[in-house]
Design a protein. Structure first.
Length: 193
């Protein structure tokens, strides 16, 4: 059975990210260009176009990830994770990203490439107080007490912030502290082991 036939059967002839039934193609999940069902997903042409040009992503198209991110296939999980990272400016995407759990080897695969890797080549990396690069989804610890303006509390030194999101500014990250999503200065953070 060919890769395409396997994927059509696995996906019930639907796009594995948005469930569209028209114009389906096999998409090899980077960085692997292996033509196998385990390293590929079946996508509609709209998903493929938006993945190829992340600058024009239509966030409303990707709301279907709330269902497809739970797919048991690692390749589908990787693509859902990568799309959610691209949409991290959307609060619903941040929430889904925080809920999505990937096995360590699947997370490693997801982090090994990004949808907008060519655009990221020009971007300055976000680093913690020790100079360690921070990535979306990392866990960090506060190294100093921080007054949270507008929320009326102080984030204490030693507070753990899980599943951070990167911002357009490489000196800042976003994360939840005391149930409130806030922007934190990367210089006051340490990446958790």
């Amino acid at each position: 059975m060919s890769t395409e036939q396997t994927l059509l059967q696995r996906s019930d002839s639907k796009c594995e990210l948005c469930a569209a039934e028209q114009n389906l193609v096999v998409y090899n999940v980077p960085p692997d260009n292996e033509d196998s069902a385990e390293k590929s997903v079946l996508l509609c042409d709209i998903c493929v176009q938006q993945i190829a040009n992340t600058a024009t992503m239509d966030a409303s198209h990707w709301r279907s990830l709330k269902d497809s991110m739970w797919n048991p296939e690692p390749a589908v999980q990787v693509m859902a994770w990568r799309v959610l990272q691209c949409l991290s400016a959307e609060s619903w995407a941040q929430d889904l990203s925080e809920m999505l759990y990937l096995e360590p080897e699947v997370l490693s695969w997801a982090e090994s490439a990004s949808l907008s890797s060519s655009a990221e080549d020009d971007v300055v990396a976000t680093v913690d107080n020790n100079g360690t690069q921070l990535l979306a989804g990392d866990t960090v610890t506060l190294i100093k007490d921080l007054d949270v303006k507008g929320a009326g509390f102080t984030a204490k030194r030693g507070t753990v912030v899980k599943s951070i999101s990167l911002t357009d500014n490489p000196k800042h990250i976003e994360g939840r502290v005391n149930g409130v999503r806030i922007v934190l200065v990367a210089d006051y953070l340490k990446k958790a082991g």
